[in-house]
Design a protein around this ligand. Structure first.
Ligand code: ADP
Ligand code: MG
Length: 749
């Protein structure tokens, strides 16, 4: 038989758990030493690797070739250490540890491991998650899912303490990371994460460092030795810190004794009170992250039902005291903080993974928020008393995106970069979303587009993390769209594991463009500077280039214009019939939907109806549509009018003339494809059935009208007439501040 396991791959300690087939409950698999947790330490000794307490002891004694806390550098491709000249990345070290944990668990249980759920800090970025995933696969584990440590802990807790409608704040202070996550216990055992914050450079190690400072001061004044500048003596002090810290969790004063070569033994005292005073700023940093989580969730301290403490560092009494002061209630401590994460991962390992959801974003007073209406968070209903769930089957987890994900885009004025968010933070995952961007193609060079991914929602990309650059290639040169560019749809997916995938398609194509993932440049400061005119030189074929001579274009916000997403003015001027007769004129003459506009003339003499949209002469604008005027017939004198600035078309049932600044440039029949564009503040172009028929520069300032109208002059008639314009694609390369993310359909892999 083979089993599924949950693995808490910790910075300082790791643990493995599974669902015990007899009790059907999660259980820790002890290691060969019989211990429930295994130090995340490796000692390399004479070509062998040593794990467990032996490695930890060697590490604490300052022996060479011992490595610990490597999880802090997960995702960093630089070597974490060199052992006998061989470089080891954090990912490599993690895979060695995972292999040990796997083999250890298989040996202890006498079963092989089928697959595993691995936990990571909720605040881990995609890069760290990917590295964790690869480390596990390299260790011979099939990764079923990566879940967030606080969620796993909440699952383990929820199994025995389910409280419907409760908001649980999971406070996880480990050895190297801090995470705080708000989870909601809903109906039917559904646990959903609401929001999460964290700092993966804050943990027990920082408390150790404060002890270290105290110990250095004390021992130096006690011995008069210059301990700090002597590496061997420093190692002695460093080796003691963690023990002193742990002892201070149970004693109010701790005596630390050390023996220094050429000096002998010396002892100093450290009190819990001074330790607490010297670390209060660290606790406050955790407190402000707690507050940030509540603010983001839109709830107050009063709405927090329980605070769950996880992570070894929460054993320090200062943590519970601080939490009690902050929240006015005692935190929950009856969950074993070392085991909860692995136990929760084991529960998840027995479950099916979730399917992709579509993006649901509400716009509240112009600010995008994730739709939480389904979470029950804001329904102030009574919290039910805690009870045990019947079985692990009645528990399910819905995780959310920890960070917003955007792309470095160019603003409307083309003078600075900004972060265009594609997926907001705290949205249930897995989730996909796509946006449309414009890109100027070139006929002479490779058309590639640089998608700089941004993690975070600050509008300034330099205040966020740019983990990767994705280079999109295979973009077809678009002859017609030189002035206004082509449309590239960029899709982001935040998968079940919190790993991000990027896809891109051109225009309406259903084929993914080739994408290469590159490291982001180390220096991203250029995204904080104005785009200077040298970089910004745009010529009609090369598009906007960011690097001199480079081939990568950057992304411009693309705005699709329809009859519903921007404000069109409707006009309908039907004068009274000269005879005074009434003809039961219907009120609707113009029907304009997303992709089609219809004009219906009725039993009237004179009419002038249509829709107008005014753009700024600096807005680049393009319309492409199919026109059919054949059904105007046999209405005499009626004609369809289409205008973009100086371009006009007046068409009757047989077609007609296309005019550019009053001059005829093409004769058309009743059915044809028309494309008109305005760019660069006055460059007009007209295409008929894909062919350029006229272009003219006509500098304009102020507003330029885009009109679809139907007219006929004064005469008596009682004939119906219709005209149709279909497949209308309009795009405007200026941003009116609206967000059309929800309108760009996503696609499956
Ligand atoms: P991680 O998840 O980062 O591996 P753990 O949750 O296992 O971390 O917590 C390890 C941290 O907890 C270490 O910094 C360790 O010193 C600290 N720790 C463990 N027990 C105690 C204790 N009794 N008092 C204070 N700190 C403790
Ligand atoms: Mg942990």
């Amino acid at each position: 038989m083979s089993i599924s396991v949950g693995i808490d791959l910790g910075t300082t300690f790791s643990a493995v758990a599974y669902i015990d087939p007899k009790s059907k409950s999660p259980q820790i698999i002890p290691n060969r030493e019989g211990k429930k947790i295994t130090p995340s330490v490796i000692q390399f000794l004479d070509g062998e690797m040593i794990f467990g307490s032996e490695a930890e002891d060697a590490y604490n004694a300052g022996e060479p070739n011992c490595v610990a806390t490597f999880k802090r550098e997960m995702g960093n491709d630089e070597p974490y250490c060199y052992i006998d000249g061989v470089p080891y990345t954090s990912e490599k070290l993690s895979s060695l540890l995972l292999r040990y944990l796997k083999e250890n668990a298989e040996e202890v249980l006498g079963e092989s491991i089928k697959d595993a759920v691995i936990t990571v800090p909720a605040y881990f970025y995609s890069r760290e998650r990917e590295a964790t995933y690869r480390a596990a696969e390299a260790a011979g584990l099939k990764v079923k899912k990566i879940i967030d440590e606080p969620n796993a802990a909440a699952m383990a807790y929820g199994l025995t303490n389910w409280r419907e409608n409760a908001n649980i704040l999971v406070y996880d202070l480990g050895g190297g990371t801090f995470d705080v996550t708000l989870v909601h216990m809903g109906k039917n055992g559904e646990l959903s994460t609401i929001t999460t914050r964290g700092n993966h450079q804050l943990g027990g190690r920082d408390w150790d460092n404060r002890i270290e400072d105290l110990l250095f001061d004390r021992f130096e004044s006690e011995t008069d030795l210059d301990l700090r500048s002597d590496p061997d003596l420093s190692a002695i002090i460093r080796g003691m810190c963690e023990d002193v810290k742990k002892n201070l969790s149970v004693m109010t004063t701790v005596k630390a004794t050390a023996s220094f070569p050429n000096f002998g033994r010396a002892s100093v005292l450290i009190s819990r009170q001074e330790f607490e005073e010297s670390t209060s700023d660290l606790l406050e940093r955790t407190g402000s992250l707690c507050q940030a989580v509540l603010d983001e969730a839109g709830i107050t301290i009063k709405n927090v039902t329980d605070i769950l403490l996880v992570g070894g560092s929460t054993r320090m009494p200062q943590v519970s005291n601080y939490i009690q002061k902050l929240f006015g209630k005692k935190p929950i401590t009856h969950v074993n903080p070392d085991e909860a994460v692995a136990l929760g991962a084991a529960i998840q390992s027995s479950k099916k993974n979730t399917e992709y959801a579509s993006l649901s974003v509400q716009v509240v007073e112009g600010k995008k928020v994730t739709d939480r209406s389904k979470s029950g968070l804001n329904n102030f209903v009574a919290v039910k008393p805690a009870h045990k769930l019947d079985s692990i089957n009645s528990l399910s987890l819905r995780e959310t995106t920890a960070h917003a994900l955007g792309v470095v885009a160019v603003n409307d004025e083309e003078n600075c970069y900004y972060n265009e968010v594609i997926i907001p933070a705290n949205h249930p995952r897995p989730v996909r979303a796509a946006k449309r961007f414009r890109y100027y193609t070139s006929s002479t060079s490779n058309n590639t587009l640089d998608v700089y991914m941004v993690q975070g929602d600050n509008p300034n990309p330099t205040d966020c993390i740019i983990p990767y650059k994705y280079v999109v290639s295979g973009i077809q040169h678009v002859n017609k769209g030189e002035k206004i560019g082509t449309v590239i749809r960029v899709q982001y997916s935040y998968d079940d594991n919190g790993i991000i995938h990027v896809q891109a398609r051109q225009g309406d194509s259903n084929r993914d463009l080739p994408i290469r993932k590159d490291d982001a440049p180390r220096d991203i400061s250029k995204f904080g500077h104005p785009i200077n005119s040298a970089d910004n030189k745009r010529d009609s074929s090369m598009g906007l280039m960011m690097n001199h001579g480079g081939s990568g274009g950057v992304i411009h916000k693309y705005k699709a214009v329809t009859f519903s997403n921007v404000e069109w003015e409707k006009y309908d001027n039907i004068p009274v019939h000269p005879s005074g007769a009434e003809f039961n004129e219907p009120t609707i003459h113009v029907v304009a939907n997303e992709k089609q506009i219809e004009f219906h003339g009725y039993n009237v003499s004179q009419m002038d109806e249509g829709v107008t949209y005014t753009i700024d002469s600096n807005d680049d604008f393009e319309i492409e549509c199919n026109i059919d005027t054949s059904t105007i017939q046999p209405h005499p004198g009626g004609f369809l009018k289409i205008l973009l600035g100086i371009i006009s078309a007046n068409l009757n049932q047989n077609g007609g003339n296309i005019l550019l600044d009053g001059e005829g440039v093409a004769m058309v029949g009743s059915k044809f494809n028309l494309k008109m564009s305005l760019s660069d503040g006055g460059h007009y172009e007209v295409y008929v059935d894909g062919k350029l028929v006229g272009s003219k520069v006509h500098e304009t300032s102020g507003g330029v009208d885009v009109t679809f109208g139907f007219e006929h002059d004064s005469h008596c008639c009682s004939i119906l007439s219709h005209a149709y314009i279909s497949n209308i694609d309009m795009m405007q390369c200026a941003d009116s501040g609206e967000d059309e993310s929800a309108e760009t359909p996503t696609w499956d892999d």
